[in-house]
Design a protein around this ligand. Structure first.
Ligand code: ZN
Length: 347
């Protein structure tokens, strides 16, 4: 049900600050389904879907994690640095991105293929082999080019953005790929708008697709000024502990056990009143939900609460977050969709 849309959305390039291609797709997909669609000055896409009642905002972010080119060597390699927030998930010693194919944004918003290079064991010195961590000076961007001039001809310079290039595909029972965070949230919103066409809603429903979440919730701070929202639901990737190297006592959530109501993260305690609405809707459907607290994690919901909008955080379980191979379970996404549809139709 969701795979095709998730594949399409996750494969649109949208590094932090250059979300234009994703925004254009949201405007194109939402305009025929919503009463009004607009983009504010910083680039957030907003939509009034329809319905009447309390003003309910559903939000997800368009940007995806990325690195930045820091400098270019004479022989055409690029050193990299942080492109997003400095969370433990996105900085060394996370080795999830070593050897991965990537895309680099050049002039004319063209994306050029490259890969993250690292010295193999065959050519590492004894001192390098003894290192037990990976840092920014251990890996680099290899575009397969031979000189600084060739790289610069593509419009690549310090500050150029580098995103993962992995294709989204099915793997066993699951779906794996890049930018599940947070394009799955956008796919949920589009699917809701499609499904709710012509149905009566208990809320005046709005959508927001935000910019720059990954660099400190940069796009969401202005959302509350757009419309006087009464309540909000932030859709995000959720953490799970169902792999051999994580203890369930540390993270009790899992793929395939239903959406996760996240009560608190590193920055805020989410609205229990709005969460209770989601829980009640899930109970009416006899749909199990999971409960969790996430540390080292923040979402656009934090901005909304600080700007005066009671907000719940509703997340889709995912393994390997902030990697090129984020893994989700389609039935969890379907369940999340059904719970929100129930809430919107029956309060
Ligand atoms: Zn996210």
């Amino acid at each position: 049900m969701f795979f095709d849309l998730i594949k399409e959305y996750t494969e649109i390039p949208g590094p932090v600050g250059n979300e234009d291609l994703v925004a254009a797709r949201m405007v194109a997909d939402w305009t025929p389904l919503c009463e009004r669609v607009w983009q504010n000055k910083v680039g957030n896409v907003l939509a009034k879907v329809g319905g009447s009642g309390p003003k309910l905002l559903i939000t997800a972010h368009m940007d995806q994690i990325n690195f930045l080119v820091k400098s270019i060597t004479d022989d055409g390699f690029c050193w990299l640095t942080h492109g997003t927030g400095g969370s433990e998930a996105t900085v060394p010693p996370n080795t999830a991105y070593i050897g991965q194919p990537v895309l680099v944004r050049g002039k004319g918003a063209a994306y050029h293929p490259g890969q993250i290079g690292v010295a193999s064991g065959h050519v590492r010195t004894a001192a390098q082999r003894a290192e037990d961590s990976v840092d920014w000076d251990d890996f680099f961007l290899d575009l397969g080019l031979s000189s600084r001039a060739e790289v610069e001809d593509l419009g690549i310079r310090p500050g150029s953005q580098v995103i993962f290039a992995a294709e989204t595909k099915r793997l066993g029972h699951h779906i794996v790929g890049r930018a599940m965070d947070d394009r799955v949230g956008l796919a949920l919103m589009t699917q809701l708008a499609r499904d709710l066409q012509g149905r009566e809603l208990q809320y005046e429903l709005y959508f927001a697709a935000t910019i720059e979440e990954e660099v400190g919730l940069g796009g969401s701070m202005n959302l509350a000024h757009e419309v006087g929202f009464d309540l909000a639901i932030a859709l995000e990737i959720g953490l799970v502990g169902d792999i051999p190297t994580v203890k369930s006592s540390y993270m009790p959530t899992a793929l395939g056990k239903g959406p996760i109501i996240t009560h608190k993260d590193a920055r805020i305690h989410y609205s229990e009143k709005v969460a209770d609405l989601l829980i009640a809707a899930a109970e009416r459907l006899e749909q199990p939900v999971q409960h969790a607290v996430f540390h080292g994690f923040a979402t656009d919901g934090d901005s909304l609460i600080r700007m005066g909008v009671p907000t719940a955080l509703f997340t889709f379980p995912a393994r390997y977050t902030h990697s090129p191979y984020e893994m989700i379970d389609e039935p969890d996404v379907v369940a999340m969709f059904e719970v929100m549809r129930e809430l919107l139709q029956n309060g």
